[in-house]
Structure formats: structure tokens, C-alpha cells
Design a protein around this ligand. Structure first.
Ligand SMILES: C[S@@+](CC[C@H](N)C(=O)[O-])C[C@H]1O[C@@H](n2cnc3c(N)ncnc32)[C@H](O)[C@@H]1O
Length: 410
């Protein structure tokens, strides 16, 4: 008989009887998907694995503790034959054929009337992979194809834009500290689906080069803002593009809510009635020290870490940071946007009790090819920054953790 390809189909099993013969490893692997499909599962088996037993105990399946008997498949829509008794499997297959019940056989795919594809899910889509015919059956290969497709869809390396369900709007995406591998899977997928990307200078700029040519990439720093403040101009650009029915990604460095003005953008979009989703990102405040070998906490050294903005100096009346209190903390201080003000920050901390010998590290352009780390102490940091020409963006870490990962440190 000529070998024809299998015909793929999606069974809608809600409330329909599915009979599973055998309660071993095969049943254990297949049952969760049958339960998720809403099938009315009857398991016929003298024994079962602990996991299968737990599904029966939880009422997810009905379990009759006995061997297969003729007539078990009479009311089934679909059957999984997976007992350890080949003779029982053959009898059950024959019964399935008689009742015209599609059946999968774990011991003999050739004699089965159905095959289970390798399946995976991503964002409302089920990916199911089958070999074309019995001769080409290679479950590892189909599973590998399934994994590649699902992973690709999840991380955006396989671009399949939504056409029917995609809703225009804005996604505020935290892009992480700069290394393109450090964006979240969701962020990368949204980026792959965007029509317009408004990006900051910080963050994973390399990802922009990978975008398809039709995607409009706008540098947030270059949006003309005339009589508006820069932030207002960015908010307006987001609103305008979303109103044109486009999918807009606002790609931000680190996490949108860590000194990222994410909430201001969210509020402006909400006021304009534009749907907005926020995707968290890996903040430079933790990841950049980590990339330079500095843990922000370490057992027996620091039980807390505090992240502060250094964009205004301690003696500036606009500062909301309580530097005298910070000087009294024993844990780690992480300062963002503080390169220009580090001299006055160090002076203030020392004036309020912190030891001038407290170790300090500046990590410039962390997680990128240009990353560099410069070490100092509170007493020397002002001079070191000038002498070593440290430039923003840099994360400054102050505290004993700085010494932990140094060569020779215990
Ligand atoms: C406006 S804040 C934004 C922070 C961002 N939302 C986050 O969670 O990382 C910008 C500051 O973050 C720090 N920064 C961000 N990315 C960095 C990187 N790759 N290397 C060093 N510092 C970085 C610098 O202190 C920079 O001045």
C-alpha cells in the first residue's frame, strides 16, 4: 500500500470521552494536554505512576483499576493505547478500528491510526510538528523543530507579525543595560512586531540594527521639541504614532520604572486613551555591578542595597535624597547618573560618618563591549574620575561588596 502523508487536524475534545489504556510514563506525558483540552478522560489500568494517580485523586481523570476489556473503547472519540502488554494493545487497536475511534499506539506507530505531534505553545498559537510519513518518523527531530519554532517565536528571532489580533498601542519595553541578550523574551518579541520604535541612547542599541527595513526607528534624543519639554515631545510622538494605528515600542534602557520616567509616559498615554503595556527590564543598578564582578549583596558583608539618583548634587535644594542617613547605612550604595557629582557625593558621605577608605567602583558602559571598571575609595574617587576620564553612563558602587570579587579577595 502506498504511504500517504498523515493529515493534520486539531481535535476539539471538550467534554468528549477519551480512553487511555495504561497508566505508565506515556500516559503521564500525554494526560496533561488531554486534561487541558477539556477531555473527559477514562484511564483503564491496573496501576499508575504517582503523577497519574495524583491526577485521578484530583478528579482530573476517572481511573478504573483493571486491565483492558473488550468494549472499553465503544464510547470513545479518541484513544491512547499504551499498556505494557502488546497483546492487549493489539486487541484494543482492533476494537478501535471496529468502532472507528482514532487511536495512538505507543508500542507500534505503524499500526496506529493517529500520531501525536510534538507540540508547543506561544502567544495563542499551538505549534504541532509531525513527520510526513511513518518511514520518516524521528521524534527527536520533530521535537527539535518544535523547540526551535516555539523558542524563535518567544524570543522574537522568528518574526511572525500578528495581523488579525494585533492591537495598535504602545509597549514601554525595558531593554536591559545594553547587551542585546539581556532584554526579556517578551520585550524582544514586541520589538520584532513593532511598526515604530522610539529608542533611548541607553539600552540594547544593537537590536535596532536587526529590525526589518519597514520599521521606523526614532532616536528619542533627536525628536524636535520646540516649545515642549523633551519628555512632552516624546509623549506626543508616542501618542501620534499610536493614533495612526501603529504598534509602537518605546525602548528604554534598564527597567522603565527605575529613573526611567516610565510612569509619566504611561500616564500621558492613559490620558490620551491609548492602550499601553509595560515590560520590565533588567536594571543597570544590579546588572552592571554584576557584570563587573560586584554583587550588590554578599552574605556577612552587606544585607541591603540602596539605589539612588546622583543627578542633582547633595546640597542642591531639588535633591530628594537623604544623604546624611545614607552615610549611616552599612550596606551597599548604588548611584546612577552620578559621575559628574561623585566628588560632592563622596564628601557628603564622609562628612556624615562614612569611612574615607570605603571602596568605590565605577562601571562605565556595563555589559557592552566598551565596559570598564575603575576602582577608588571615597577619599580618592573625585580625583580618579578626572584622571581616568570616567564618562557617563556609569554605575557607581560604594561599599565593602566592591572588594569581594576582586582578585585576592576571600
Ligand atoms: C536615566 S537612568 C536610567 C536607568 C535605567 N532605567 C535602568 O534601570 O538601568 C541612566 C543611568 O543608568 C545607568 N546606566 C544605564 N545603563 C548603563 C550601562 N550599560 N552601564 C553603566 N551605567 C548604566 C547610568 O548611571 C546612567 O546614567
Amino acid at each position: 500500500m502506498a504511504e500517504h502523508p498523515a493529515y493534520p487536524v486539531g481535535l476539539r475534545l471538550t467534554g468528549r470521552r477519551v480512553v487511555v489504556l495504561g497508566g505508565g510514563q506515556v500516559a503521564q506525558r500525554r494526560l496533561p494536554a488531554l486534561i487541558a483540552a477539556g477531555a473527559d478522560v477514562l484511564l483503564v489500568s491496573p496501576g499508575a505512576t504517582p503523577s497519574v494517580e495524583a491526577m485521578a485523586d484530583a478528579g482530573e481523570i476517572t481511573w478504573e483499576r483493571r486491565g483492558y476489556a473488550d468494549g472499553d473503547l465503544a464510547d470513545a472519540w479518541y484513544a491512547l493505547i499504551a499498556t505494557s502488554d502488546p497483546e492487549a494493545n493489539t486487541r484494543a487497536s482492533a476494537e478501535a478500528e471496529r468502532h472507528r475511534v482514532w487511536c495512538v499506539r505507543s508500542d507500534d506507530a505503524d499500526r496506529a491510526t493517529a500520531w501525536t505531534p510534538a507540540t508547543g505553545h506561544s502567544e495563542g498559537v499551538t505549534v504541532a510538528v509531525l513527520t510526513t510519513d511513518a518511514k520518516g518518523r524521528d521524534p527527536r527531530h520533530t521535537a527539535a523543530i518544535r523547540d526551535a519554532v516555539v523558542e524563535g517565536l518567544r524570543d522574537g528571532t522568528l518574526v511572525a507579525p500578528h495581523h488579525r489580533t494585533r492591537t495598535p498601542g504602545v509597549a514601554l519595553v525595558g531593554g536591559g543595560p545594553g547587551d542585546p541578550d539581556l532584554i526579556t523574551v517578551r520585550g524582544r518579541r514586541l520589538l520584532a512586531e513593532a511598526d515604530v520604535v522610539i529608542a533611548d541612547r541607553l539600552g540594547p542599541r544593537d537590536l535596532l540594527a536587526e529590525l526589518p527595513p519597514h520599521v521606523e526607528v526614532i532616536d528619542a534624543a533627536k525628536i524636535p521639541y520646540g516649545r515642549f519639554m523633551a519628555q512632552e515631545a516624546i509623549n506626543n510622538a508616542l501618542i501620534e504614532h499610536a493614533r495612526q494605528g501603529k504598534s509602537v515600542v518605546r525602548l528604554k534602557g534598564g527597567d522603565p520604572y527605575v529613573f526611567g520616567r516610565g510612569m509619566e509616559e504611561l500616564q500621558a498615554l492613559a490620558e490620551a486613551g491609548i492602550p499601553c503595556t509595560v515590560v520590565p527590564g533588567i536594571s543597570s543598578s544590579i546588572s552592571v555591578p554584576g557584570a563587573a564582578g560586584i554583587p550588590v549583596t554578599h552574605r556577612g558583608v552587606a544585607h541591603e542595597f540602596t539605589v539612588v539618583s546622583g543627578h542633582v548634587a547633595p546640597d542642591d535644594e531639588r535633591s530628594l535624597v537623604d544623604w546624611p542617613s545614607l552615610a549611616k547605612l552599612t550596606g551597599t550604595l548604588v548611584v546612577l547618573m552620578g559621575v559628574d557629582k561623585i566628588g560632592r557625593i563622596a564628601e557628603t558621605l564622609v562628612a556624615h560618618g562614612k569611612s574615607p577608605d570605603t571602596p568605590v567602583a565605577l562601571v562605565q558602559e556595563g555589559t557592552t563591549a566598551a565596559q570598564r571598571r575603575v576602582d577608588a575609595t571615597l577619599a580618592t574617587v573625585a580625583g580618579t574620575v578626572v584622571a581616568q576620564e570616567v564618562r557617563p553612563p556609569a554605575v557607581i558602587v560604594i561599599g565593602e561588596v566592591v572588594a569581594v570579587g576582586r582578585p585576592g579577595a576571600v
